[in-house]
Write a protein that binds this ligand. Structure first.
Ligand SMILES: [Zn+2]
Length: 494
């Protein structure tokens, strides 16, 4: 047994060697930064803490015209905090508490909820914040936006259906969160609705409770999920679970009146696309996949629950609308964008470029356009979109106008896919696919950016691909000649 004196002497020696404890070294409490410093969305995300887990609770009015939402976030301070921010733009704040005690708060016009706890939070401390908001959900079909840019992202109600379209920074318009992909975190969502409306959300349904007319469903996603990939659906929907390939559970949340006609082709396409992508990229990154389809749906890779348009999935419309290509694209995002999330929004090409590239491969396998044809077409038009939005991996924030969609433009989609095609031309298909598999395996459920992709590609290919990839990703006028296709033409910028 060691003596007490020896222990104290050892402790004193250790303190002399290492200096004072971290809390003193970190200095006086100071405000956390209002954003993570993303050039495209400067106030998205927040500084001074990490998000370790969150629970998002929605309670909808019986007629779905409004809701209250409570965000409970478990945080860990990365500095001593006198105050800190969440992101919130629009909903009315009803209450804010830090570690269970009411906290002072104010909102700013640029979407910050500034929270001052009763006592400062010390560096390294774990703490919790709970914010309840109220918001209306006007029917977008009855009140369509006058101009496209008036349609802001967030919670959309269309007729009997509620859906989330939060990409890229619309989650802050729904409830209080740290609204940047780099803040992704395991998330539990519970949804309370009335009457016959059914709800669905990211993650697995783990509990259902009914009290009178009100039903609460609890969904849990133990994997980190970015706020841009949240999905909460409410409406007259039927949820059909299926056993998918390789132990992946599938579930399809479809309008009840169309579920029977949509389900067979949708399920078959999901299985085929999951096999197709899995053969090229390795195992599906999660344990659950599926779709939430609504009549007003778009096509968004909300994690484990792709948001689709049900009108495009009917037997009459499926082929005409190219629904299988859309599904292949959105499922590719489960590897690129969902599992491997963006470090900054300028890295969007890593998400959309990959999704488009695998969509090209899918179409080629379906005997449609070849990948060469798709790449040649994108290459031909590149001067126009580089002139419009800037380089592929460094889009110009000012070029996207006042809407909510920067930096979603052709540079990320076509330019990203073209860069990947050029890389495959440069290193060969076999090495390219090894790079892809290494990228998704090493960054599974993490956050990674352009520099890391260049490093991974160079390491796997055993050559410095930095100059080559940067000549594509940061070209501000004309892209380099395509390896293997020096004859490819380029149209002038229009
Ligand atoms: Zn996409």
């Amino acid at each position: 047994m060691r003596s007490k004196a020896t222990t104290c002497a050892a402790l004193a020696a250790a303190l002399l060697l290492t200096g004072p404890p971290a809390v003193a070294a970190a200095g006086a409490p100071a405000p956390g930064a209002p954003g993570i410093g993303d050039p495209l969305w400067p106030t998205a995300g927040n500084g001074g803490y990490r998000v370790e887990r969150q629970r998002l609770s929605f309670a909808f009015a019986p007629d779905l015209t409004s809701y209250t939402a409570t965000s409970r976030l478990n945080l860990r301070a990365t500095q001593s905090l006198s105050r800190f921010d969440l992101d919130l733009l629009g909903p009315q704040v009803r209450s804010v508490a830090v570690d269970g005690k009411p906290a002072d708060w104010r909102t700013t016009p640029d979407g910050e909820l500034v929270i001052t706890p009763a006592r400062p939070v010390r560096d390294g401390a774990r703490f919790s914040v709970a914010v309840t908001v109220f918001n209306t959900a006007p029917d977008l079909l009855e009140n369509p936006p006058q101009k496209p840019e008036d349609l802001v992202n967030g919670l959309w109600r269309a007729g009997d259906f509620v859906q989330l379209h939060t990409q890229p920074t619309g989650a802050r318009r729904v409830l209080a969160v740290s609204d940047h992909p780099s803040a992704k975190t395991p998330t539990t969502i519970d949804v309370t609705t009335s009457g016959k409306a059914t709800s669905v959300a990211n993650g697995r349904l783990v509990a259902t409770a009914t009290v009178g007319d009100r039903t609460t469903r609890v969904f849990d996603e133990p994997r980190p999920i970015a706020t841009e990939l949240l999905q909460v659906g409410v409406g007259p929907i039927t949820v059909t679970p299926r056993r998918g390939p390789d132990g992946v559970d599938l579930r399809y949340a479809l309008p009840s009146d169309k579920s029977a006609e949509i389900l067979p082709r949708l399920d078959e396409t999901y299985r085929t696309a999951l096999d197709f992508l899995g053969q090229r990229l390795g195992p599906f990154p999660g344990r659950i996949a599926g779709a939430y389809a609504t009549p007003s749906g778009g096509a968004t890779e909300t994690q484990g629950l792709t948001w689709l348009n049900s009108d495009q999935l009917t037997p009459e419309k499926f082929d005409e609308t190219g629904a299988d290509s859309v599904i292949a694209h959105e499922l590719a995002h489960e590897w690129f964008g969902n599992s491997v999330s963006l470090a900054k929004w300028g890295d969007l090409w890593l998400s959309e470029g990959h999704a488009v590239f695998y969509e090209w491969l899918w179409n080629e396998a379906k005997q449609r356009n070849t990948v060469d044809t798709a790449a040649q077409s994108a290459y031909r038009s590149h001067r126009s979109w580089i002139e419009e939005n800037g380089p592929i991996a460094a889009p110009d924030p000012a070029s996207f106008g006042p809407g909510d969609n920067r930096p979603f433009g052709s540079g990320a989609y076509q330019g990203g896919a073209l860069t990947l095609y050029a890389l495959r031309q440069q290193v060969g298909a076999e090495t390219f696919q090894r790079i892809e598999r290494a990228w998704v395996a090493e960054n599974h459920d993490k956050v990674a950016g352009t520099g890391q992709f260049i490093a991974t590609a160079s390491r796997v290919a055993s050559q410095d691909l930095g100059p080559f990839l940067r000549s594509w990703l940061y070209a501000s006028g004309t892209l380099p000649p395509m390896p293997g296709h020096p004859d490819w033409q380029v149209d002038p910028a229009s």
